[in-house]
Design a protein around this ligand. Structure first.
Ligand code: ZN
Length: 170
């Protein structure tokens, strides 16, 4: 696991909301994976985007978030990076309250591509450990589109979820 120190995270900004973890929610990055780019670089660039006022693809403005919106990020090679501190709720551009959710983002657009075997393995191991850590069950693991009008995390990841959850619960 690449810690925040490993990827060169800046401190979180003010305004994070403490929350009690009740579930785990999966996301994709919704853009094609970049296998040659270092994970540390991807995390720094995600944090730069997150902490600034940005224009979104659909023309809306995004307010600056205190930190990266996700608690974990799994790159296309199956390497995991630590994101936002788990004690604080994430952030979203969609219409649901992310409080209570641990957010995990997988790199890729799974409407188009399939998750890699390395990503599935890393996700299985991460879910197993988070389920144990927070006293959850596999039934507490869902996807972004269970909560908001979005295609996230993409049909190909959605299709793999039952098998991944079965493996994580073992
Ligand atoms: Zn999402």
């Amino acid at each position: 696991m690449l810690s925040r120190g490993d990827w060169g995270a800046k401190p979180a900004l003010d305004g994070q909301q403490a929350h009690k973890v009740r579930r785990i929610t999966l996301h994709h990055t919704a853009v094609r994976a970049k296998p040659a780019r270092a994970l540390a670089q991807k995390m720094r660039s995600l944090q730069r985007f997150s902490q600034s006022d940005e224009l979104l693809a659909d023309g809306r403005r995004k307010r600056p978030w205190p930190d990266v919106p996700y608690h974990f990020y799994i790159d296309v090679n199956g390497q995991v990076a630590e994101g936002r501190n788990q004690r604080f709720a994430g952030d979203t551009n969609t219409n649901y309250d992310p409080a209570g959710h641990i957010g995990i983002a997988l790199e890729g657009n799974f409407e188009v591509d399939r998750p890699t075997a390395a990503q599935e393995q890393a996700l299985t191991a991460l879910l197993r450990s988070l389920i144990r850590e927070h006293g959850l069950t596999a039934a507490d693991v869902g996807t972004h589109r269970n909560f908001a009008a979005t295609a996230c995390p993409g049909r190909h990841l959605e299709a793999r979820l039952p098998a991944i959850l079965k493996a994580a619960a073992r």
